[in-house]
Ligand binder design. Structure first.
Ligand SMILES: Nc1ncnc2c1ncn2[C@@H]1O[C@H](COP(=O)(O)OP(=O)(O)OP(=O)(O)O)[C@@H](O)[C@H]1O
Length: 269
């Protein structure tokens, strides 16, 4: 499997603090990769670095290549273009990605129109609307006719996340980054969104970087995983190996805590 993303010796620093240290991993074409770690371990900063969206106060060193193109040190113009066609992101809280005052269909239409224009394809209103309807069906939004004109507050949290996924897919990215995409959702909706992301990534043949503190969720999605702690890599391997036979003490503790949590839930049910 050829690598789409290669992160090599990545460190992220502020003027006085090392936040992420010497991170290396790669994601193959069509591969689903999981980044696991407790709150504050550096998962989101790593995804911001890949998206070229780090705050100015944080300086990256090392290398991140996406489809062979270097991201560390790239111009804002180039980064913005990569975000338009190579990589897209879905975040924990879909409301942050959505404009509360704009109907959902028009929000998905924005990135669709940009892609059609970029590719020199018919970007008339009718063509854009057709593509939006296809995306709404792809992310299995019910009743697309009604939802096209609905505002974010008029639909459920799961439906909002489906809209955010549709917007991310609208630019036909080669890499989808999903940063805690299910954390704000109830358990049933979580399972539906995980299933949807798995199906879309497989159908479209794109690569996935799935970020979560929830081992059970990562286990349902990722083929390979990396565990982070305090900004450093702890363990990397197949999901099966890391989540069932971890080598590192820290991962072992994480897995044991997740099992105790599951057992407590089952006992309390
Ligand atoms: N703009 C910033 N300036 C300085 N430090 C920051 C900044 N953003 C994040 N940090 C610090 O960097 C570390 C890693 O943060 P990050 O958000 O990547 O963690 P995370 O693993 O994604 O956690 P969570 O799951 O809670 O989002 C934390 O200690 C955080 O306080």
């Amino acid at each position: 499997m050829a690598d789409l993303l290669t992160v090599s010796g990545l460190s992220l620093k502020t003027a006085d603090k090392l936040l992420v240290e010497d991170l290396s991993f790669s994601i193959g074409q069509g591969e689903r990769f999981g980044l696991i770690g407790e709150s504050g371990s550096g998962k989101s900063l790593t995804s911001f670095a890949i998206l070229g969206l780090l705050p100015a106060s944080i300086r990256p060193t090392g290398s991140i290549t996406l489809g062979g193109e270097q991201i560390v040190g790239a111009s804002e113009r180039r980064l913005s273009s990569l975000r338009g066609d190579a990589v897209a992101c879905v975040f924990q809280e879909p409301l942050t990605a959505l404009d509360p005052l704009m109907p959902l269909g028009r929000q998905i239409a924005g990135p669709v129109r940009r892609r059609l224009k970029r590719e020199g394809i018919d970007s008339s209103r009718a063509a854009v609307k057709r593509e939006v309807r296809v995306l709404m069906e792809q992310v299995r939004l019910p009743d697309p006719q009604r939802l096209f004109d609905a505002y974010p507050h008029e639909v459920s949290g799961g439906q909002r996340q489906r809209v955010a996924i549709a917007m991310a897919l609208a630019c036909q990215p080669r890499l989808l980054i999903a940063d805690e995409p299910t954390t704000a959702l109830d358990v049933t909706t979580q399972a539906e969104i995980v299933q949807l992301i798995n199906a879309l990534v497989a159908d479209l043949g794109i690569s996935l970087l799935f970020i979560s503190h929830d081992l059970a969720v990562v286990g349902q999605v990722a083929e390979r995983v990396m565990v982070m702690r305090n900004g450093r890599p702890v363990e990397i391997g197949t999901a099966q190996q890391v989540l069932t036979k971890p080598h590192d003490d820290y991962t072992r503790n994480l897995v044991a805590a997740a099992r105790r949590f599951d057992a407590a839930l089952e006992g309390g049910a």
